[in-house]
Design a protein around this ligand. Sequence first.
Ligand code: 5GP
Ligand code: ZN
Length: 138
Amino acid sequence: MIMDDCIFCKIANGQIGSETVYEDERFRAILDLSPAVKGHVLILPKEHFDDLFEADDETLGEALKLAKKLGAAVKKALDCDGINIVQNNGEAAGQTVHHLHFHIIPRYNGGEKIVTWPQLKSDPKEQAVIAARIIENI
Ligand code: 5GP
Ligand code: ZN
């Protein structure tokens, strides 16, 4: 399904122009308009899914394979030392466009930290409780 009020539906399906680096029947990959670094690519499925949880497993599998293929191309093209694949779900996680997408972000040795989090101390008892709760919900 394509949503009328979704900018990534319009971009993915060619109704709005973009700097496209890859296109097939199911996906379009574009350069991010406000890149974290030069060569920041977004993979968009042409079909609308709000996020990871709405998408079917086949689309997700294909998207990750495409992230590998395009990640390798970005690595060669930008001569970077590493690649982050980032995928945000929900506003709390930093998702601003609610159409599933994968970020491919080139990274350089000694470069600025982009994907980072505090490394909290963990308590073994609490960890066991949390693990049990997750296991119950799989
Ligand atoms: P999110 O924060 O939802 O994971 O990522 C959304 C990304 O889409 C951001 O990095 C933002 O710069 C990019 N973006 C938002 N609107 C447009 C647009 O119209 N064109 C392109 N190429 N990128 C966009
Ligand atoms: Zn959409």
